[in-house]
Structures are given as C-alpha cells and as structure tokens.
Design a protein around this ligand. Structure first.
Ligand code: HEM
Length: 479
C-alpha cells in the first residue's frame, strides 16, 4: 500500500496562500475565475477552498469521466451550513448525502412529483399565468411602454411554482407576493452564500456568528417554516380548489404513513422537499427566459427566424400550447444555445468524493469536494466552434441535447445527481418563451442600440443577468 501511495499524482494547482488557500482567486463570478484558471492549469485542477481540497473539472471529456464512469465514487454532497439549515438537516433531495434515504426519497419524488403526468396536470396553471403575463405585456404595448422582462419572468415562474406547490395565488391571500419573493430570494442567497464554516470546519462558525450571517440564516429559516405551516393549515382546512398540488400530495403520503429510508415521512421532510421545489423551480426557469430574450435581441437574425417558425407553423391562436411546441425545432435550438452560454447553475451543485478514483492519471481522494464547471464546458473551443457566438444553427444535424447524455451540454447535470425535474423546467421555459415570441415583436427602448445590450452576470452562483432586461413590446396583430 505504501508503494502505491508513492505513485499517486495530484492534479495541477494554482499557488495559494496559507489558511485561505485559493479562496481569494474566486472573485465575484467563481465560474468565470475558475474557467480562466483552467486555461492555464488544465481540465482537472486541484484548489484549496480554505482547508477543503476541491477539484474543478472543466472539459466535456473529464466531465464524462466524473459524471458517468466514476459517478458512483463522487455522488455525495458536502455538508454546507446554508443548505443544512434550510433542508432540516439534509432531509431534502439536493443536499442530502448519498445514502439509502436519499435514494428512496429521490425515487418517490421522481414518481410522484416530477413525473410527466404530474407536469402535464399543472398545464392549466401555466396557461392561466401565461394569460396574465400576455395581458400585462399587451397593456404596456398599447401604451408603447417599457417592460422589465427580468421582473416579469420571475413573477411568472413564482406564480406558477406557488400554485403548483401550494395551490394558492399570492395576490391578497396568506402572503403577498413581494414578501414571498423576498423569502425565496434570501433562501437562495443563503444556499449560495460564502459561509466561513463551509471552508474552515474548525472554528469558521465564529466568523459566521460575528458577521451576522448565522443570525440572518436562522431568521430566514424561521420565516420559511412559518410559511410552510400556514400552507399546511390552509390545506387541512380543506377549502382549497383546483388541481392536486404538491402539498396535497405530500400530506397524503404523510397520512398513508409512507416510509422513506429509516422512518416515516414527517412534516420536516415535506418542508425540505418544498424548499427544493421553490429554489429549483423559480430561479432557473426565469434566468433562462431572460437570457434567451437577451441573446435573441442581440441577434436579430435568430429572433426573426424563431418568430417566423412559430408564426408560420402555428395558425391563428390566442396561445401556443404544449402540443404546438413539439414541432418548434428552431425554438428548441435557441433554448439549447441559451443553456450552452448561460447555464443557470454554472458549477452545478458541489459533489463530494466517497471513494478514491482516478481521472487522467490523477488520484482524487475521499472527501474531496468536486465541481463540474459546465459554464466553461459550454465555451470550450475544443468542443464548440466560435464559442462566444450565439448560433442556434450549430444544433442542426447534431445529436447533442441537454438531457445529460452529452457531456458537451449539461445544464441539468448528469448521472445519479442529475436534476430530477428536467421535464418540468424545460416545459416552463419552452412554453413561456414560445408565447412571448408569438404574441409580441420586441424593440429596444428609445435611444438604445443592439450593442448596448450587455451580457454581464450578477455576482454569485447562478449566473443570472445582472442588469434587468428592458424592452418595448409591440403586439403582433396578424392573428
Ligand atoms: C431550467 C430549469 C432547471 C435547471 C437548468 C436545473 C439544473 C439543475 C442542476 C445543474 C442540478 C445539479 C445536478 C448535479 O449535481 O449533477 C440540479 C439538481 C436538482 N434540481 Fe434542478 N434545474 C432546473 C429546474 C428544476 C426544477 C423545476 C426543480 C423542482 C421542481 C428542480 C429540482 C432539483 C433538485 C431536487 C435537484 C437535486 C437532485 C439531487 O441532488 O439528487 N430543478 N438541477
């Protein structure tokens, strides 16, 4: 065994400082900083985030090694302070370590919550909310007024996700939507925020306590908890109408004394699952819709082509339906191209190595934290020609899709930890975008030119568009 140890090779590492390691190199946009480092240190690099050895994988070939060939060796999640609090001690799907409990929970959710049947059952909700969105944008169009599309897309996904999860509309009921959006926003921040205890397991909590992060996190968890309780009460009172929502379903499973892993499903399990649905469902789709519109505005040729496809293939209609979308091939290419350049989770969710393995002759030891930089893979010139260019046509005659089998394009990840709600996410994006493109032509506000539309990302771990997308809608009257 001693002899073997000698031959272990460690991946190349950029030089770091004592104690903080390479943390100072992450900057505001970690996926971009790590992408730049990977150009120098290669597609498998070893960094130290505080005291934690962390491997970053940045090419499609090495992503395949990790997510397909060695998936079983690295499909756990590290324990992180923000997620721990919000997931009731890892009772959720996304942050639970790899164990029998997680396997059974994930299986149950895939069958009950994220199944195609369930996704389709929410279509009346999506239709009602797209009608609201179309009406509100039409109103702006009639006044030739600017629309804040970043805001509109968030409102749309919040409302659909809330109704599907809780069966309620926030307008004037239990919580107003502003407060709800803030709750979700804060929770999102705490999931992604720099928490000293994640990098300095011995004593980092003192820093979190001193900076007030600990206290803010606790408040946020408490607010969300109170909100879930209100939702349970509302459902138990039985005066809720409409389709069977996630809370109905989970409470039913609780009543049936469903066993998951080592015990029965409890209220805390339900709350942890709802957290995943809220965090997973809202940001990701809204971010994608905003980037898609941004890229189309920067590329009028692609905009024209995608609008002609929709308008020519689909006759006079007040709304594009899910059936219509099947035939919209260019629209799907536009969305894939958006995900290539702007994956909403550019570093996916971190994984943790559970048994030693090798990539490219480098040994990756147990407990290493592992990130796959899908943002970097989408811009790798070895994989993509003219990677910085938005060119949906690159998917013509290509068998690359976003379903986790092609390691060049991984917006939903791949392997055992892959997003279980891909169909739900894709449906939301396709349906939202198709209708916005069908109903309206889009113009830049007075005085702005195409070159003024920027691609800056906001700081943090979700690569959303930093500056809000402001456009002037013109109602398409040819139907
Ligand atoms: C455009 C939409 C979406 C994108 C791009 C996206 C992307 C991702 C990615 C990259 C991961 C990590 C995969 C990995 O670590 O290998 C993930 C995991 C996850 N996503 Fe999504 N997601 C989307 C929508 C949703 C929605 C709508 C939900 C819930 C309703 C959801 C729930 C989850 C959960 C629970 C996990 C954790 C899976 C696990 O750890 O086993 N996602 N997603």
């Amino acid at each position: 065994a001693l002899k073997r140890r000698k031959h272990q090779r460690r991946p190349p590492s950029p030089p770091g400082f004592p104690i903080i390691g390479n943390l100072h190199q992450l900057g505001e946009l970690p996926h971009q900083s790590l992408w730049k480092l990977s150009k120098k240190y290669g597609p498998v690099m070893l960094l130290k985030f505080g005291s934690i050895p962390t491997v970053i994988v940045s090419s499609s070939e090495t992503a395949k090694q990790v997510l397909k060939i060695h998936d079983l060796h690295c499909c756990s999640r590290p324990s992180l302070a923000g997620p721990r609090a919000l997931s009731y001690n890892y009772l959720d799907i996304a942050f639970s370590p790899f164990n029998d409990y997680w396997k059974e929970l994930r299986k149950m959710c895939v069958q009950e919550l994220f199944s195609p049947k369930r996704v389709l059952s929410f279509q009346p909700i999506r239709e009602e909310e797209i009608k609201n969105l179309i009406d509100s944008v039409s109103e702006s169009a009639s006044q030739k007024a600017i629309v804040n599309l970043s805001e509109k897309f968030i409102a749309f996904t919040v409302r659909v996700t809330c109704k599907a999860s809780f069966g309620v509309n926030f307008q004037g009921t239990v919580l107003n939507s502003d407060r709800f959006e803030k709750l979700i926003h804060d929770a999102f921040l705490f999931l992604g925020s720099f928490s000293a205890s994640d990098y300095f397991p011995n004593g980092g909590w003192i820093i979190d306590w001193l900076t007030g992060l600990q206290g803010q996190r606790e408040r946020s968890v408490k607010d969300l908890d109170a909100f879930y309780e209100q939702m349970f009460d509302l459902h138990n009172q039985g005066n809720k109408q409409g389709v069977e929502d996630f809370v109905d379903l989970l409470l039913k499973l609780e009543k049936e004394e469903t066993v998951i892993g080592y015990g029965k499903l409890t209220r805390n399990h339900i709350k942890a699952i709802l957290m995943n649905v809220l965090i997973g469902g809202i940001g990701t789709a809204a971010i994608t819709l905003t980037w898609a519109m941004t890229e189309l505005m920067r590329n009028p040729r692609a905009m024209k082509k995608v609008q002609s496809e929709i308008r020519n293939q689909i006759g006079n209609k007040s709304m594009i339906t899910l059936d219509d979308i099947d035939q919209l091939h260019y629209l799907k290419m536009v969305i894939n191209e958006t995900w290539r350049l702007h994956p909403p989770a550019p570093l996916m969710i971190p994984r943790e190595v559970i048994s030693e393995f090798e990539i490219n002759d480098y040994t990756i030891p147990v407990k290493t934290r592992l990130y796959v930089n899908i943002w970097a893979i989408g811009r790798d010139p070895n994989t993509w020609k003219d990677p910085e260019e938005f060119l949906p046509e690159r998917f013509i005659n290509s068998n690359i899709d976003a379903k986790g089998q092609n390691f060049e394009l991984l917006p939903f990840g791949s392997g055992r930890r892959m997003c279980p709600a891909m169909y739900m996410g894709t449906t939301m994006v396709e349906f939202g975008l198709a209708n916005m493109l069908y109903q309206f032509d889009w113009k830049l506000p007075e005085g702005m030119v195409v070159e003024d539309i920027d691609l800056e990302e906001s700081p943090g771990l979700n690569a959303s568009k930093k500056n809000e997308l402001l456009l002037v809608p013109v109602k398409y009257l040819d139907h």
